[in-house]
Design a protein around this ligand. Structure first.
Ligand code: C2O
Ligand code: CU
Length: 463
C-alpha cells in the first residue's frame, strides 16, 4: 500500500516539475511494518475485543511472502511503548539482520525505525517476532508468518497459513498482565488458557470433499507444546521448520514445540455436509483447534500421494567418518523447579539459587545464568560442529539455533530432519550437528521464552 502510494506521489511530482524520476528509485521505497497497539476479537463475541500489540495493529501480523532467493525489505517502525526488534525466525539470514538486541543491533526505541533488508535463501514456512522482552511482546500478540515460496509450488487446491497461539486471558478477556511471574519462569513458562488459530478462538474454513490443502502450521506460543492430529482428513508432513523432508511422511500426531513449524499436505475425507478437524491431542481430551466445513466435492476421489518438495541449498553434513571426528561441545542445561541447581554464575559472580531468583534467573547453561561474555564455541566458517545438549532439568526445552539449520544425530548412526528448533525432553541428551557456514554471532536458546529470559541463552561465533 505504502509503496504504491509513494510511487504515485513520486510520479506526480515528476510530472509537475518536468523532471523524469528514475523508476527504480520510486520502487525502492520499502514498505513499512509497524508494531503498534490494537484490538482483536480473540475471545468469543460476548466479550469485548482484547487489547493486543500487533504488527500493523493486527494479530497475527500480515503474512509476508517472498520468492525463494529474493530480498525482503521492510522498514520496521516501533510504535510500542517499549523498545523492540524483529527476528526472522528460521531464515539463514545475514547476521546484521537477525534482530537480536545487544548482539546484532540496538533495540529500536519507541518512535524510531530500523531497515531490515535480507535475502531468503530457503523456501518454506518461517515467522517473525520480537527479540526484546519476548516474554511480554510475543504474549501480547506480536508475530506473523513469513512464507518463502518455492519457484514451483506443490500441486494443491490452496495454501493456508495457520498460526497457533496460546493466550493467557483474564476474566474480562484482557491479556493477563503477570508477564514476569517467577513461578512461570521457573516451571513450564507462561502457559495460557485460550488457544487461537490466526487470532480466532473458533477458526473455521470452508472446504470441499477430496480437496487438497497445504497447511502451514506455526506454533507461536510462549511456552506451550502442541500436539496436533488430523480428523476426517488424511495427510503427510512435507516439511519441518521450513525445510523439506526427503520423503513426505504420513501425518499422525504432530508435535509442535514453541517456534516449530510443520507443512502438511492434507486431503479432506469428510463428505459433503460433514466436518474435518485439526484436533489438539493434549492429554486424553482432544478438542478442535480448527474446523473444516465441507460443502460439495472437489473431485471424485482423493489425489495420489504427494512428491517431496525440492531441497533447499543447505550445506549437507559430511560423511559419517568425518562427522564422527567433528568437534563436540557440551551444553549442560540445569535449573528450574524440581531441578538440582544450587548456584550458577551471573555477572561474573557465583550466586546461590535464592539470589539468582531475585534477579529473575532460574536456569543455567554450562553453569551460567546470564549471557556469557565468551561464546559457547567459535567455529571456522564451514566447519561442522556438534553440540551435545544435556537436559538435566525436569522440563522439556525447545532449543533454537539462529542463522542455521541442524540435524539431530540419532543413536543408530542416522540423522534427523533439518530443523532450527529441537524439543529436548527432560533428562534427555540430544546431539545436533550443523555446518557452521553463516558468519556472525548467533544465539542458541530455549524458545520457551520465559526460560531463555531466565537463563537458557548462549551464543556461538562463526568467523
Ligand atoms: Cu524465534 Cu531467538 O528466536
Ligand atoms: Cu525451556
Amino acid at each position: 500500500m505504502k509503496t504504491s502510494r509513494r510511487h504515485f506521489l513520486a510520479g506526480s511530482a515528476a510530472v509537475s516539475t518536468g523532471v523524469s524520476f528514475p523508476f527504480h528509485l520510486a520502487m525502492a521505497a520499502p514498505s513499512d511494518l509497524h508494531a503498534r497497539p490494537g484490538t482483536a476479537q480473540i475471545a468469543p463475541a460476548k466479550y469485548a475485543p482484547t487489547k493486543i500489540w500487533g504488527y500493523e495493529g493486527h494479530v497475527p501480523g500480515p503474512v509476508l511472502r517472498v520468492k525463494q532467493g529474493e530480498r525482503l525489505i521492510r522498514r520496521f517502525v516501533n510504535e510500542l511503548p517499549q523498545p523492540s526488534t524483529i527476528h526472522w525466525h528460521g531464515i539463514r539470514i545475514d547476521n546484521a539482520m537477525d534482530g537480536v538486541p545487544g548482539m546484532t543491533q540496538d533495540a529500536v526505541p519507541t518512535g524510531a525505525s530500523f531497515l531490515y533488508d535480507f535475502v531468503a535463501p530457503d523456501a518454506g514456512t518461517y515467522w517473525y517476532h520480537p527479540h526484546n522482552r519476548t516474554w511480554e511482546q510475543l504474549a501480547r500478540g506480536l508475530y506473523g508468518a513469513l512464507i518463502v515460496e518455492e519457484s514451483v509450488p506443490p500441486e494443491t487446491d490452496r495454501d493456508e497459513v495457520l498460526l497457533i497461539d496460546d493466550w493467557r486471558l483474564a476474566e474480562d478477556a484482557s491479556i493477563a498482565g503477570n508477564f514476569g511471574a517467577m513461578h512461570d519462569w521457573s516451571h513450564g513458562g507462561r502457559l495460557g488458557n485460550w488457544l487461537t488459530v490466526n487470532g480466532n478462538g473458533d477458526y473455521r474454513l470452508d472446504v470441499k470433499q477430496h480437496e487438497r490443502l497445504r497447511l502451514r502450521l506455526i506454533n507461536t506460543s510462549n511456552a506451550r507444546i502442541l500436539s496436533v492430529q488430523l480428523r476426517q482428513m488424511s495427510g503427510w508432513v512435507i516439511a519441518l521448520d521450513g525445510q523439506p523432508l526427503e520423503a513426505p511422511e504420513p501425518a499422525e500426531t504432530i508435535t509442535l514445540a514453541p517456534a516449530q513449524r510443520a507443512d502438511l499436505i492434507v486431503d479432506i475425507l469428510a463428505p459433503d455436509g460433514g466436518e474435518a478437524f485439526l484436533a489438539s491431542a493434549e492429554g486424553d481430551s482432544g478438542y478442535a483447534m480448527a474446523t473444516f466445513i465441507v460443502t460439495g466435492s472437489a473431485r471424485s476421489e482423493t489425489l495420489a500421494a504427494p512428491s517431496p518438495l525440492p531441497p533447499n541449498p543447505v550445506a549437507p553434513l559430511p560423511a559419517a567418518d568425518s562427522l564422527s571426528s567433528a568437534r563436540v561441545t557440551d551444553l549442560k542445561m540445569e535449573g528450574g523447579a524440581m531441578g538440582r541447581m544450587g548456584s550458577a554464575m551471573m555477572g561474573g559472580k557465583m550466586m546461590g539459587i535464592r539470589d539468582l531468583v531475585g534477579q529473575g534467573k532460574a536456569w543455567s547453561f554450562n553453569g551460567m545464568a546470564d549471557m556469557p561474555a565468551e561464546p559457547l564455541l567459535s567455529a571456522a566458517r564451514g566447519e561442522t560442529i556438534r553440540i551435545r545438549m544435556i537436559n538435566e532439568t525436569a522440563w522439556p526445552h525447545a532449543m533454537h539455533l539462529h542463522g542455521h539449520h541442524f540435524r539431530q544425530l540419532l543413536a543408530d548412526g542416522k540423522t534427523g530432519p533439518l530443523r532450527d528448533t529441537l524439543l529436548v525432553n527432560r533428562g534427555e541428551t540430544a546431539e545436533i550437528a550443523v555446518v557452521a557456514d553463516n558468519p556472525g554471532d548467533w544465539l542458541l536458546h530455549c524458545h520457551m521464552v520465559e526460560h531463555s529470559a531466565a537463563g537458557m541463552m548462549t551464543w556461538f561465533r562463526v568467523s
